[in-house]
Design a binder for this molecule. Structure first.
Ligand SMILES: [Zn+2]
Length: 421
């Protein structure tokens, strides 16, 4: 029953992947001469979709775009089971060549190999719209529309273009789409029996552990919140230490406590204070108010939510001890996304068979896969990116690693569709 793992011509795949990546980094495909900058409903984005369409048509794939512009291409008629591969090909406003695009390019390579090796696997490629939020300030927008995790009012009114302030709705119509049919986008998922997204890691774990493949078994959830400490602003010279209500000191205690709590929670839980704001923010004034952000993430739901609860309680207590007051306010939260055990197992087996170093890991960053993982068996593959740099023109990754990724995906899909359908 076990299918013998295939070895592909990795050099050839790496060359094709590199050619695709370099083509899509050319002047026709980016709005900036300094970086990759492309987003929905621009000529550069349209040309990028058309590039993929041309390549997929050559493989005999049928294609369509959903009511807002997510690209779908498949080698089986509607109603027949297919396995999904893809990512996004929009970029950050100051982006690099690899974030997202490498995932769509590698998915395309999987489709090519399927054809070339005569495997006849049923495949559907998806290139999600607006993952980065560069057009309308909304991350994972295309996949959230598919998953119906938006409201009509948001699409009609609230989501507005970063460039001109006009609504998402208006822009989608102008580009020839039918936003009034947005709820039909979910039908993209109809025949999917599984899903794998390849992406650059966007951190240094693979590089620093010398692994070439990461099999992603969960995507972290997060809590974004702020704590504000109310003290008393006093003269920094004239006010003796015993007379102070220094809000900055409570903030400092909280920062150290957050580090301790995140370490204690373990399981990859992380906590960061990334924004701080002191008032009046002067060298010669005792801070009367301190506001700081919390970014707490993890794949263990109870773990990272526990850290958020505990730091909120700690802040109140630490402030009270010093005769001050602290308030905790949540901005936004998203649950952790466990990925499918069977697909993860098939990927690990395929990674093992590749003979290249790999590791199981989780994703700290958000991905479109989060939007669909509760609707069908899903997993992700990471490849290293140089020094963990992403969302920057400095972004760098190896087509040779993506070629291994394509081989691993192909073998995993073969195992999964042979055993699981
Ligand atoms: Zn991305």
């Amino acid at each position: 029953m076990a299918t013998q793992p295939l070895t592909i011509d990795r050099t050839k795949s790496a060359e094709r992947i590199e050619r695709d990546i370099e083509t899509l980094a050319g002047p026709d495909y980016t709005r900036s001469s300094e970086a990759i900058m492309r987003y929905a409903y621009t000529p550069e984005y349209r040309r990028t979709l058309d590039y993929f369409i041309g390549e997929l048509e050559a493989l005999g794939f049928e294609h369509y775009e959903d009511p807002v512009g997510t690209l779908v291409a498949r080698n089986r008629p509607a109603g027949e089971n297919v396995f999904g591969v893809g990512s996004h090909c929009d970029s950050n406003r100051n982006g690099g060549k690899y974030d997202g695009t490498m995932g769509v390019v590698t998915a395309l390579e999987v489709c090519r190999l399927n054809e070339e090796l005569g495997l006849d696997l049923p495949l559907q490629l998806i290139s999600f719209l607006e993952e980065e939020g560069s057009g309308f300030g909304q991350m994972l927008l295309g996949s959230r529309i598919i998953a119906q995790r938006v409201t009509e009012e948001e699409l009609r009114e609230k989501f507005r273009a970063v460039d001109d302030g006009r609504s998402f709705w208006e822009h989608a119509e102008e580009a020839g789409y039918e936003p009034e049919r947005w709820q039909d986008s979910i039908r993209i998922l109809d025949d999917l029996v599984g899903w794998i997204e390849l992406h650059i890691e966007q951190a240094r774990v693979l590089q620093d552990t010398q692994n070439r493949i990461g099999v992603v078994n969960a995507i972290a959830g997060y809590v974004h919140a702020d704590i504000t400490v109310y003290g008393r602003g006093d003269h920094a010279g004239a006010t003796p230490m015993d007379f102070r209500k220094d809000a900055g000191i409570v903030m400092a205690e909280c920062m150290l406590e957050l580090e301790r709590l995140a370490r204690e929670a373990g399981k990859g839980t992380v906590g960061t204070v990334g924004e701080i704001e002191l008032r009046p923010n002067l060298i010669n004034a005792v801070p009367g108010q301190a506001k700081f952000s919390l970014d707490i993430r993890g794949v263990d739901e109870e773990g990272f939510r526990g850290v958020a609860r505990d730091i909120a309680a700690f802040a109140k207590e630490a402030a009270e001890k010093r005769g001050m007051r602290a308030e905790y306010a949540q901005r936004q939260t998203l649950s952790a996304t466990p990925l499918d055990e069977d697909i993860v197992a098939a990927l690990e087996e395929a990674a093992q068979a590749s003979g290249e170093p790999y590791m199981a890991m989780h994703s700290g960053a958000a991905h479109d896969t989060m939007s669909i993982a509760d609707r069908l068996p899903s997993a992700m593959v990471f490849v290293p990116c140089k020094d963990g740099i992403s969302h920057s023109p400095e972004e760098d990754a190896e087509p040779a690693d993506a070629a291994i990724g394509a081989e691993v995906m192909l073998n995993a899909i073969r195992t999964f569709t042979a055993g699981g359908q």
